[in-house]
Design a protein around this ligand. Structure first.
Ligand SMILES: Nc1ncnc2c1ncn2[C@@H]1O[C@H](COP(=O)(O)OP(=O)(O)OP(=O)(O)O)[C@@H](O)[C@H]1O
Ligand SMILES: [Mg+2]
Length: 303
């Protein structure tokens, strides 16, 4: 089956660890809890979108150490993995997130093969067959080439640099990507940086460069800006709020599940909110993946 959506972004192993106090330099300390989770922006969106019935492909780079368990989780959810590339002599992107008792946090990030994307040939096999291409974290020079190629092929680009908007993209590259995109996705902070790069004051002003802006606002829900007006959608009610990591990625998956089924933008935002409300109930981004039925039910409850 041809994909509807092709997602470009990270596929990560996330190690979440806790300790009492951060150690002094040149000493050692015992970790109290340690658990490995599967994550990464690209893998999160692709796996959840596929679980919601959207034919989805993932383009990402991993090393030969990539766990079979992670690959089979994505394969079981029917993610098209033809463009999940294994790069020899590289270890898969890994993030170690360590917190102490006072909730201070240090994250160590190993980019692995994702840092070297632009030295590799463009992968466009799945994107060529897709209707929509979603661009997340990774190397801007590589993505600008992907965006140009996909644009020429008539694909609609969802531009979603996520937290890398602040430190990996710059104004020139951002504006170039934005003006070729059909939608910009950003959370509250990311939108602020987007406005600074674009030299604009308000989200509406970005509509001179891109037709749709999807702005998520954490517990406050989301706002979609279009030339036809603004659509304001509250968050969905979660069973519990345990860990909001991955809420943004889940939102995107639900949103695309709506686009795939040709729902209105308001419904897409509700489906996004509903999908995130499941993910925040458990620790890890891919540990509480909801079914389409449950997402629709919670989306309807938003009203
Ligand atoms: N505390 C919450 N309660 C209910 N829903 C939430 C909560 N936090 C986030 N969400 C839902 O998730 C969506 C995305 O959240 P947010 O704007 O925080 O994204 P983000 O900052 O990109 O998240 P991430 O940590 O995944 O990068 C929100 O629009 C909302 O629907
Ligand atoms: Mg995010």
């Amino acid at each position: 089956m041809k994909p509807f959506l092709c997602v470009y972004g990270h596929t990560n192993l996330d190690y979440i660890m806790s300790l009492k106090h951060f150690p002094e330099l040149n000493t050692s300390v015992n970790i109290q809890e340690k658990k490995r989770y599967f994550g990464g922006t690209g893998a999160n969106v692709a796996t959840m979108a596929a679980s919601l019935g959207v034919p989805t492909a993932l383009c990402s780079y991993v090393g030969p150490d990539f766990p079979e368990e992670f690959r089979s989780l994505m394969a079981e959810k029917r993610v098209d993995l033809r463009d999940l590339v294994t790069v020899e002599d590289q270890e898969s992107a890994t993030v170690w997130i360590i917190s102490d008792e006072e909730h201070n946090q240090i994250a160590y990030v190993h980019q692995g093969p994702m840092a070297k994307m632009e030295s590799m040939p463009l992968r466009l096999d799945a994107a060529r067959e897709s209707q929509r291409v979603h661009i997340m974290t990774g190397r801007p020079p590589y993505y600008l080439e992907v965006i140009k190629a996909c644009r020429q092929l008539g694909k609609v680009i969802g531009f979603d640099p996520s937290q890398e908007i602040h430190n990996v993209w710059n104004a020139d590259m951002f504006n170039e990507a934005l003006s070729m995109s059909g939608m910009l996705f950003a959370n509250e902070n990311e939108l602020r940086t987007a406005l600074r790069y674009a030299g604009k004051k308000k989200a509406e002003d970005l509509l001179e460069q891109v037709p749709i802006v999807v702005n998520t606002l954490g517990a406050k829900g989301s706002v979609i800006y279009t030339k036809g007006g603004m659509i304001d959608v509250p968050a969905a009610k979660a069973g519990a709020i345990v860990d909001t990591t991955g809420a943004g990625d889940a939102f995107r998956a639900g949103f695309y599940a709506g686009l795939y089924r040709e729902r209105s933008l308001r419904d897409c935002a509700k489906l996004g909110a509903a999908t995130s409300s499941f993910v925040i109930e458990k620790r890890g981004s891919l540990t509480n993946i909801p079914s389409w039925d449950r997402v629709e039910e919670r989306a309807k409850a938003i009203g």
